[in-house]
Design a binder for this molecule. Structure first.
Ligand code: FAD
Ligand code: EPU
Length: 338
């Protein structure tokens, strides 16, 4: 077990921010991380659990220890008449788990293809895309309590999943390391093409017979056409959440801004497309030094090379202020600020 000192995190976060970590260690077993956590110099220091670094913005150097989750392994743990129960270690790459499930005909994760990051982070914000969220197929997870070093199990209800939310971002923030996640997947697929763009893409691809593989292919194609690839330009996906407003507020906005984009929610409220709001404020494609707003998707802030985290954060503050001024709507950041 190697503990490194003062290392650059630039290659370990998809924003490509050049912050450094006072201490850094990877762990491949639970014993290994317990040993690190027990070292006297780390007992009271700050800890950051790192997966793929695709939902983080470092605004300064990290003065504690960064612990990189390298736990590996995917297994079919049980099955019933209708389901496969598949457990993945937290350090597995999310998209590789999705590909493994598709190859084995385990249905349910295909709409979530190509989301960057690791399995261990997927419950943190209940990752979602193209009409699905992990809460739809999540069965349980195991997590190590950082203070007392015991393993706890959380079922779906205990995770308190919401839109880009879970108990681990809320009341249990910074208390657990998610070590494995088990998904309850279908033997007989339930194809979910409710998200309009999927239907269109399947048509373009000339797909006549649906399969979990063809849905995954369509989702991958849409994502590649819409979202910047972090290997080419630094970003962490959507920087803000799509805000929820009450219906009367939406109706009032609609009289003034007839093109406003909103989606009806089950609770009667409306979810607004933050990308539209930001674009209407004139931010899309704007660049300030190396910090900018993506030219095709205004919800994505980008680092053209050497922006630092404070510049990106400052840009996000200006965007929040202008959306508030024009629409009286509060944008909330989705990305974790460190
Ligand atoms: P990291 O960025 O490493 O960590 C994120 C947070 O989780 C941090 O607070 C970290 O401390 C904590 N954490 C990480 N691992 C653990 C663990 N094992 N235990 C406890 N805490 C942990 N997200 C979506 O929901 N839908 C999308 O469609 C989507 N598209 C994206 C597109 C792009 C191009 C990019 C760059 C990002 C996108 N994201 C999307 C965001 C991101 O992919 C997800 O949030 C992903 O789950 C982050 O995983 P990660 O391993 O990179 O987490
Ligand atoms: N729009 C604009 N201008 C823009 C961007 C978007 O007007 O610059 C409008 C368009 O009308 C479009 C609508 O916003 O129809 C929605 O855009 P899109 O389909 O691209 O989705 P999104 O709401 O911007 C959300 C998620 C993504 C997820 C996609 C697909 C959030 C915060 N973002 O984006 O998740 O991949 O839907 O399901 O919910 C992420 O979380 O990092 C992420 C990328």
């Amino acid at each position: 077990m190697n503990i490194h000192e003062n290392i650059s995190l630039k290659k370990l976060n998809t924003f490509g921010i050049d912050a450094s970590a006072r201490y850094y260690a990877g762990f491949s077993t639970i014993d290994e991380v317990c040993q690190i956590l027990s070292e006297s110099k780390f007992v009271n220091s700050r800890k950051l659990i790192l997966g793929g670094g695709s939902n983080l913005l470092f605004t300064k150097d990290f003065d504690g220890i960064v612990l990189k989750n390298n736990l590996k392994g995917i297994e079919l743990v049980k099955e019933d008449v209708d389901h496969y129960f598949v457990r993945s270690a937290g350090g597995e790459v999310w998209h590789e788990l999705v590909m493994y499930c598709i190859a084995n005909n385990y249905a349910g994760l295909e709409n979530l293809s190509l989301i960057p990051g690791n399995v261990g982070a997927s419950p943190m914000q209940n990752i979602g895309a193209y009409g699905a969220e992990i809460k739809d197929t999540f069965y349980e997870l195991e997590a190590l309590h950082i203070q007392d070093k015991t393993i706890h199990k959380f079922n779906n209800a205990e995770c308190k999943f919401g839109y880009r939310e879970s108990v681990f971002k809320g009341e249990l923030k910074d208390q657990f390391i998610i070590t494995s996640v088990t998904f309850k997947l279908y033997k007989k697929p339930i194809f979910n093409t409710s998200y309009g763009a999927i239907e269109k893409e399947l048509e373009v691809m000339g797909i006549k017979e649906l399969s979990i593989k063809s849905i995954s292919d369509a989702v991958c194609a849409i994502r590649k056409s819409k979202l910047p690839n972090p290997a080419e330009i630094g970003n962490a996906g959507s920087f803000f959440k799509n805000p929820e407003v009450i219906r009367s507020k939406f109706e009032a906005l609609k009289t003034e801004f007839s093109m406003i984009v909103g989606y009806d929610l089950e609770n009667g409220n409306v979810k607004l497309a933050a990308g539209w709001l930001i674009e209407q404020c004139g931010w899309k494609g704007q660049r300030f030094g190396d910090a900018g707003v993506h030219k095709l998707q205004a919800l994505v802030l980008v680092n053209y090379g050497n922006a630092n985290g404070s510049e990106i954060l400052e840009l996000s503050q200006k965007i929040i202020a202008s959306v508030k001024e024009k629409f009286d709507v509060d944008l909330v950041r989705e990305v974790n600020i460190v």
